[in-house]
Design a protein around this ligand. Structure first.
Ligand code: XLF
Length: 325
């Protein structure tokens, strides 16, 4: 493949001129530019983006750390982020960390080596590494440090609304299926839920899943919970995809939803509407969340003044069939 030296020779200009033309940072005369472009088109030259990134210490790639690529919520969040980054001339690189600290850590090393322009870290675990990376970072959920902006939904209030809704619907024996302890967002949902139940004549229990959704949830996790989910009259599940697994589990046991048990999820990801019995849920405003994380990072990359205040976006309840009647 032709290199920058050959392009310069054929176009009759210096290597430095070709390099200036490719970087677009300094002026190149119209005549030289035309000659260079003609040569580039003739030989089909593709600039070495990595070499350029190493030279300029920055690429046009933004990395998005996704903790669970199977979860529809993160599909939707990634779509919003990708659209905005693409619009602004950046390519989005997806890194599926699977909530695994070692995997996330390796990704950060690779991203540093590739001089990515910035990182959106969803549910980050490797806090020190992000802090020391010298790369602009914005987090979605799990706070990294006061110097790094974190964006999230108002999870506490969402948890509170979930309880109030089940209570208003007459549930008096309610189970909360919580997310893993390492998820700040689901801890906050649990706190809101618990606080709302205080002083009310109601039995509230809690069990935890060890992971975000995966297929093992159906075949093992749900069967090994320390309680019988079918003995409750209301269940608040920490996210929609896990709620879908709980619904499948209950229907296999011939439980009538919502007559026998009412269920509420969290997210309002597209799956909640598509389920056979559509899911009542607490909506996370995915569009707003995605746009907020992407815009803050793009502003940081472009050197704009960015407030270090965390962003918390309001949630709302969306009533569907799992709590109807
Ligand atoms: O981290 C939480 C747990 O799952 C996240 O917001 C989600 O609700 C996405 O499904």
């Amino acid at each position: 493949m032709a290199n920058i030296r050959e392009i310069a020779e054929k176009a009759g200009v210096s290597i430095a001129t070709v390099s200036r033309y490719l970087n677009g940072t300094e002026r190149v005369s119209k005549e030289s530019g035309l000659k260079i472009q003609r040569e580039i088109d003739r030989v089909g030259y593709v600039p070495n983006a990595l070499a350029k990134a190493i030279f300029t210490k920055k690429s046009e790639v933004i990395a998005l750390m996704i903790p669970n690529i199977v979860n529809p919520f993160f599909n939707q969040l990634a779509t919003v982020i990708e659209e905005l980054c693409h619009e602004k001339g950046y390519t989005l690189m997806l890194c599926n960390t699977e909530d695994n600290k070692e995997k996330e850590s390796k990704y950060i090393d690779v991203l540093k080596a590739h001089r990515v322009a910035g990182i959106i870290a969803s549910r980050p675990k490797c806090k020190e590494q992000y802090l020391n990376s010298n790369i602009p970072v914005v987090s979605f959920e799990n706070k990294i440090d006061d110097s790094i902006v974190s964006v999230s939904s108002d999870n506490y209030d969402g948890g509170r609304m979930a309880f109030e809704h089940l209570y208003e619907k007459g549930c008096r024996k309610i189970l909360h299926i919580k997310g893993p302890d390492t998820f700040d967002a689901t801890e906050q949902r649990y706190e809101g839920f618990l606080d709302a139940s205080k002083g009310k004549d109601v039995q509230v229990d809690m069990v935890s899943f060890k992971t975000d959704f995966n297929l093992k949830m159906l075949s093992e996790d749900l069967l090994n919970l320390d309680c019988k989910v079918e003995e409750y009259d209301g269940i608040f599940v920490f996210n929609d995809i896990a709620a879908a697994a709980v619904i499948k589990h209950l229907r296999d046991k011939r439980v009538d939803i919502p007559r026998d048990i009412k269920i509420i999820g969290f997210d309002d990801s597209f799956i909640s509407e598509l389920l056979n019995v559509s899911l009542t849920t607490i909506r996370q405003p995915i569009e707003k969340l995605g746009k907020a994380v992407a815009q803050i990072l793009l502003d940081e990359i472009e050197g704009k003044e960015v407030s270090k205040e965390d962003i918390m976006i309001k949630t709302e309840i969306i009533e569907r069939e799992t709590t109807l009647v």
